[in-house]
Design a protein around this ligand. Structure first.
Ligand SMILES: [Zn+2]
Length: 380
C-alpha cells in the first residue's frame, strides 16, 4: 500500500463532509453529524460537561493498533473537528486505502471535548478553565473524561487537535504557518525520550507528505515544557501524543483550505500508523522542520502621519483581526485591533496599505492611535 498525497488532495472535494460549511461547530452541529454514523461506527456517551452537554466517543476499525484522537478541548478551535468529519466520511467509503486503514487500526475519536465552550465559540470551559492546562490538577469533568478514556483504552498513539493564531510564520520566511506540529516535551530539559522519538517519526512522515502540496508552510511548534499541559503530561505517562495546530492560509479566514490540509495531515498520520513497519524512520529529521516564529501581522499601514501635542510623527500601524462570535447572527466577526505602532519593518504581513504620509483621523477626530484600540480610522 502506498500513500498518494497528490491523489488525496485532488479527491478531497469529492469525499469531504459537504454539509459542514461554517467554521462555527457547536454541540448542536455535532449531534446532527453523529446521526449519520449511528449504524456505521460505535458511538458511546462517555460523560457530560459542566453544563450537562453530552461528550461522545466514536470508534471504528478492527485493527490492533489503537489511536485516540480528540478535538476542541479549546471550544473555539473547530478546524480539527471539521477535518475529522471529512476523514470519517472518507473512512466510511469502501476502497482499498480506507479498508487498509480500517483493517490495521482501531480509531477512537472524541469530538468536542469542551462542548460548553464550543456553544459560544469560547476557548475555555464553562468555569473558564483552560482544559489544556488542567492535566495535573484535573479539576474539570471534561479533562477527567479524556484521561479516564485514555487509561482504559491504553492507546498506542494520541492525536490532539488544535487551532493556532495567525501571528505564526514558518522559520524566517514570510510564509504563514498553515499547519504546525509538536512532539511535546516530557521535562524541562526537553529530553529526546523514546516516546518523543515515536511522536517525531509520525510528524516527520506527515510533514514529508504534506509539504509536497503545501511547500514552505508547515512549521514545528516550540517545544518548551508546560508542566500542566495535556500533551506534555500524557507523553510523560507513556502515550506518544502528536499535537496538530491548524493555522491560517493567506486570505482564508474561513479556514476552508486549512481544513483540507488538516484532514490530509490526519490521514497521513493514520497511514503511517497502519504501515509503520514499512516506513523508513529517523527521528532526527524532525529538527530540520523549520520552527515557527511569531512575526506575521494581518495588516500593516505604512508611513502614517500621526499628531500629538503639536508634534508630528510618521509611523507604521500594525493590525491583527480578533475573532469575535456574534451569538445573534451565529457568525464570526473579525475585529481589527491595533497591536503595534512604530517601525514595523521587521514584521511580515498578510496585507499592506501604503499611506504615503497621509493624516490619521480616528474616532471623534483623535489624531493618534493607541495599542488595543479598534482600528476605526481614516487616512486623509
Ligand atoms: Zn488550542
Amino acid at each position: 500500500m502506498i500513500f498518494d498525497i497528490i491523489y488525496l488532495d485532488k479527491y478531497y472535494d469529492t469525499f469531504k463532509e459537504h454539509t459542514i460549511t461554517s467554521r462555527i461547530f457547536r454541540h448542536s452541529e455535532l449531534l446532527i453529524q453523529l446521526e449519520k454514523y449511528n449504524n456505521k461506527c460505535i458511538i458511546d456517551l462517555i460523560g457530560h460537561s459542566i453544563e450537562k452537554r453530552e461528550i461522545y466517543k466514536i470508534q471504528l476499525g478492527e485493527g490492533t493498533k489503537k489511536i485516540m484522537i480528540w478535538s476542541q478541548m479549546h471550544g473555539n478551535e473547530t478546524t480539527g473537528t471539521i477535518a475529522m468529519f471529512d476523514v470519517l466520511r472518507y473512512l466510511n467509503e469502501d476502497n482499498p486505502f480506507t479498508n487498509f486503514l480500517k483493517k490495521k487500526l482501531n480509531i477512537s475519536y472524541i469530538p468536542i471535548l469542551n462542548p460548553d465552550g464550543s456553544e459560544i465559540f469560547k476557548r475555555n470551559n464553562a468555569i473558564d478553565i483552560d482544559l489544556n492546562r488542567d492535566a495535573i490538577a484535573l479539576k474539570s469533568p471534561e479533562i477527567n473524561i479524556l484521561f479516564n478514556n485514555i487509561k482504559s483504552l491504553t492507546p498506542d498513539i494520541l492525536f490532539n487537535l488544535h487551532d493556532q493564531k495567525s501571528i505564526y510564520n514558518v522559520g524566517d520566511t514570510h510564509n504563514p504557518a498553515v499547519l504546525s506540529f509538536l512532539a511535546p516535551s516530557e521535562d524541562k530539559k526537553r529530553a529526546i525520550t523514546d516516546y518523543r522519538k515515536k511522536t517525531m517519526n509520525i510528524i516527520n512522515f506527515i510533514e514529508k507528505n504534506l509539504k509536497i502540496i503545501l511547500p514552505g508552510m508547515i512549521g514545528r511548534y516550540y517545544d518548551k515544557f508546560y508542566p500542566t499541559a495535556t500533551g506534555d503530561n500524557l507523553q510523560r505517562m507513556g502515550y506518544p501524543c502528536v499535537l496538530f495546530e491548524a493555522g491560517y492560509y493567506l486570505n482564508d479566514l474561513k479556514k476552508i483550505k486549512v481544513r483540507k490540509y488538516n484532514a490530509l495531515a490526519i490521514l497521513s498520520g493514520l497511514f503511517y500508523l497502519a504501515n509503520e513497519e514499512n516506513i523508513e524512520q529517523d527521528y532526527r529529521y524532525y529538527f530540520s522542520i523549520p520552527e515557527n516564529s511569531k512575526n506575521i501581522i494581518d495588516l500593516i499601514y505604512k508611513n502614517v502621519k500621526i499628531r500629538k501635542k503639536g508634534m508630528e510623527f510618521y509611523v507604521d500601524i500594525g493590525i491583527m483581526y480578533e475573532e469575535k462570535y456574534n451569538i445573534y447572527t451565529n457568525t464570526i466577526e473579525f475585529i481589527p485591533k491595533i497591536i503595534e505602532i512604530g517601525d514595523l519593518n521587521h514584521y511580515f504581513y498578510r496585507n499592506e496599505v501604503k499611506a504615503y504620509g497621509k493624516n490619521y483621523i480616528g474616532k471623534y477626530g483623535k489624531t493618534y492611535p493607541n495599542i488595543g484600540e479598534c482600528a476605526n480610522f481614516k487616512l486623509i
